[in-house]
Design a protein around this ligand. Structure first.
Ligand code: NAD
Ligand code: UFG
Length: 338
């Protein structure tokens, strides 16, 4: 298949590009590099020995997006492009609504015009809002979301669902990721936050490399196993495989399905710190702080629908996640900037 990856140069997009190229698909990316580097795609080519057709465009520009559809015979799209920093979305909500919602609508318009009927969307467990019970299952009520970023995901799910209802031939999978972490085992691609990381794993790895002096643990008074926040961390390579499986399912089925991509198991902040220290051999100094606004105590999903629908389950555990994060960080202390 010829597969368009919007946001294909980003963290999850680049890992998915590797997976799709290795499965024999052709990959076309549309990215404005607002949170990524073209270097990531060169490294994808190095890992796979295959070519990536890369377009430098803002996908909210529908005319430019349509040019891609006019030149490439696109069979399916995977929609990663979006802004994703929760705190930033609270400070600058209009930028988030403009970019993330326009991006989704623009892509659907281009797909409609060119008769492309298969879409995989990067959604998030954040659409579930604060849990009434765990694990999260796809049939649970959604929202209210705790920040504008989350609302853009929930609204994009709605937009895609409404569009699909207008075209009985359309097929979409809304993949609700839990907490993607880790990196490709080659150490050539990984997560490259532009500023001080917001998320736990990149923060820990920058402490390990000496770029940051200690981890701030946001709260140790949650009703969890050790008082620190619990999350369903999922290795980005498992996540990439999930996209490939979803695309294959999409080719055979019509309609919309929301599907969790997680391991189904939650680990605490301190468990991740200990695992990282054990696999890297480096002590991670940390300090307990107050809770971070908007955080929930625990989040983990039931991943059984992905297994039932398209035979996917996560195979990698916390040791793999920490080992590969560290391998990426130590080989690329300044990310793609060398
Ligand atoms: P990322 O920032 O690394 O990748 C997103 C890519 O989209 C970047 O390359 C960025 O340059 C590009 N982009 C943004 N707006 C664009 C636009 N208007 N036009 C063209 N390109 C644009 O993020 P990621 O971690 O790879 O996440 C991919 C998707 O998965 C995002 O939609 C994100 O919201 C979603 N998601 C991520 C996580 C996570 O923790 N990483 C969790 C749940 C969902
Ligand atoms: N944490 C710390 N210190 C840090 C960073 C995080 O203690 O420096 C803790 C958090 O309080 C939380 C856990 O580590 O308990 C995980 O935090 P992350 O920021 O790594 O991840 P979140 O679960 O908060 O958010 C992630 C994505 C969101 C997405 C959400 C649900 O960043 O985009 O998962 O899918 F919406």
């Amino acid at each position: 298949m010829n597969i368009l990856l919007t946001g294909g140069a980003g963290y999850i997009g680049s890992h998915t590009a590797v997976e799709l190229l290795e499965a024999g698909h052709r990959v076309i990316t549309a990215d404005n590099y607002s949170n990524s580097s073209p270097e990531a795609l060169e490294r994808v080519e190095r890992i796979t020995g295959r070519h990536v057709t890369a377009y430098d465009i803002d996908i909210t520009n529908t005319d430019r997006l349509c040019d891609i559809f006019a030149h490439e015979e696109i069979d399916a799209a995977v929609h990663f492009a979006g802004l994703k920093a929760v705190g930033e979305s609270v400070k600058d909500p209009l930028r988030y609504y403009r970019n993330n919602l326009d991006g989704t609508i623009s892509l659907l318009e281009a797909m409609k015009l060119y008769g492309v009927k298969r879409l995989i969307f990067s959604s998030s467990a954040t659409v579930y809002g604060t849990p009434e019970k765990l694990p999260f299952t796809e049939d649970m009520k959604l929202g209210p979301c705790t920040n504008p970023y989350g609302w853009t995901k929930l609204m994009s799910e709605r937009i895609i669902t409404d569009y699909a209802a207008s075209d009985p031939e359309f097929s979409a999978i809304l993949l609700r990721y839990f907490n993607p972490v880790g990196a490709h085992p080659s150490g050539l691609i990984g997560e490259d936050p532009k500023d001080i990381p917001n998320n736990l794993m990149p923060y820990i790895s920058q402490v390990a490399s000496g770029r940051l002096d200690k981890l701030h643990v946001f709260g140790n008074d949650y009703p969890t196993k050790d008082g620190t926040g619990v999350r369903d961390y999922i290795h980005v390579v498992d996540l990439a495989r999930g996209h490939r499986a979803a695309l294959e399912y999409c080719a055979e089925h019509k309609g919309v399905q929301a599907v969790n991509l997680g391991t189904g198991v939650g680990y605490s902040v301190l468990e991740m710190v200990k695992t990282f220290a054990a696999v890297s051999g480096i002590d991670i100094p940390y300090q307990i702080e107050g809770r971070r606004d908007g955080d929930i105590a625990e989040s983990y999903g039931d991943p059984s629908k992905a297994l039932e629908l398209f035979g996917w389950r996560a195979g990698l555990g916390p040791e793999d996640m920490c080992r590969d994060t560290w391998n990426w960080q130590k080989n690329n202390p300044n990310g793609y900037d060398g």
